[in-house]
Design a binder for this molecule. Structure first.
Ligand code: UDP
Ligand code: MN
Length: 360
């Protein structure tokens, strides 16, 4: 081969390699999300075709209707990179104290005996004055056990969308009357790590608008605009079963559209459950973003993936039944599974070993 031809071929090879590398790099970059993507970029392709009456908590039963299938045994979904909570920072001068927080627990008559004793024995003891139970029956026994903190919402005692929106509506109104700085909602199968909740809230100013929680779907929910069916609306919402918090400033802005029972009308209009309605009001109507706090956990996530050395950092936990014999629970040493099937007693003793029922 002549020297000239050889040099020509070498030059051609260099050009080809450079072009290929550029192409690879470009493709790689195109697959990476931009550092602050707009919500629309992550918009779900699935369009809701009506939400079933049952509230979407357990993915298998509910989110499936949106074809957002997410089996409970799968690793936790990556949380959306939008609206990620600011990195932990030292609390500002005016810190939040426990008495600034209003904790509402959603429950129902038939769950009182099954679910409330565990809460009353554990985390309720650390927030007796702040915690209120919103139910649908009068229950003198638990009225006594909670020091009068059971509120009968007079909402229907069923698990349909309307009944759940009715309860959330009353929770919201009672919070507004309380003059507390923070509204935090949880379900009756949540464990709340009270000091951690307070500590995390201290990092945010309740005089600013904050919607703190964790979504359990990978992309914002996309629904059809009922006022203009040619339009789609997409928004994030914090899963009610993981717990979420609203600052008073935000709640005050929501008042004109959501107080005095108006929350129910919005839920009726969009025909979506309570936690989704909350997201719709805040993200879509008020255009205030959800701030994702990873430390809220619903039983839509596999609890076993929570690292034992991070237990004290988590804000909420939950439990559920995969099947008759298998449960989705935090993996933690402690009490025997027969005594503590939900692991809440073990979590509590790990966090607060001085409690009298904890082994010493
Ligand atoms: N719930 C209710 N009314 C009902 C059934 C349930 O208010 O008829 C409440 C229940 O107390 C809990 C929440 O709704 O706080 C979620 O219920 P559950 O854990 O049974 O179901 P999930 O939706 O988590 O699968
Ligand atoms: Mn549940």
């Amino acid at each position: 081969m002549s020297g000239r031809l050889k040099r020509g071929l070498q030059a051609l090879t260099v050009v080809a390699v450079a072009a290929y590398t550029t192409l690879l790099l470009y493709q790689g970059a195109a697959q990476l999300p931009p550092s602050r993507p707009s919500q629309q970029m992550f918009a779900a392709r699935q369009v809701s075709r009506g939400w079933q009456e049952r509230a979407p908590r357990s993915v298998g039963r509910d989110y499936d209707s949106l074809s957002l299938s997410l089996p409970e045994s799968a690793p936790p979904p990556p949380t959306p990179p939008t609206h990620r909570g600011p990195p932990p920072r030292p609390p500002p001068a005016a810190t939040t104290a426990l008495q600034d927080v209003f904790i509402s627990v959603k429950t129902t008559g038939s769950y009182h005996r099954a679910r409330l004793p565990l809460i009353l024995k554990t985390w309720f003891q650390l927030a007796k004055k702040q915690t209120w139970f919103f139910t649908d029956t009068d229950d003198p026994e638990f009225q006594l056990k909670t020091n009068g903190h059971m509120i009968n919402t007079n909402c229907s005692s069923s698990h349909n969308r309307k009944a759940l929106c009715c309860k959330m509506s009353v929770e919201f109104d009672v919070f507004l009357e309380s003059n507390k700085k923070w509204f935090c909602h949880v379900d009756d199968d949540n464990y709340v790590n009270v000091p951690r909740l307070v500590r995390v809230l201290s990092g945010y100013n309740p005089q600013q608008d904050w919607y703190l929680g964790k979504p359990s779907i990978r992309a914002p929910l996309e629904i059809l605009n009922r006022d203009n069916t040619a339009q789609k609306i997409s928004f994030w919402f914090a899963t009610g079963g993981a717990g979420f918090c609203l600052s008073r400033a935000l709640a005050l802005k929501m008042m004109p559209v959501a107080s005095g029972g108006k929350f129910i009308s919005i839920g009726e209009k969009i025909r979506l459950p309570d936690d989704v309605t909350m997201g719709y009001i805040i993200e879509h109507m008020l255009q205030k973003p959800l701030t994702v706090i990873e430390q809220f956990h619903s039983h839509l996530e596999p609890m076993k993936f929570l690292r034992p050395d991070t237990i004290q950092d988590q804000i909420t936990f939950s439990y559920s039944h995969y099947s008759k014999d298998e449960m989705n629970v935090v993996k933690i040493d402690g009490f025997d599974k027969r005594i503590d099937p939900t692991r809440f007693l073990s979590i509590h003793c790990f966090l607060f070993p001085y409690f009298s029922f904890c082994p010493r």
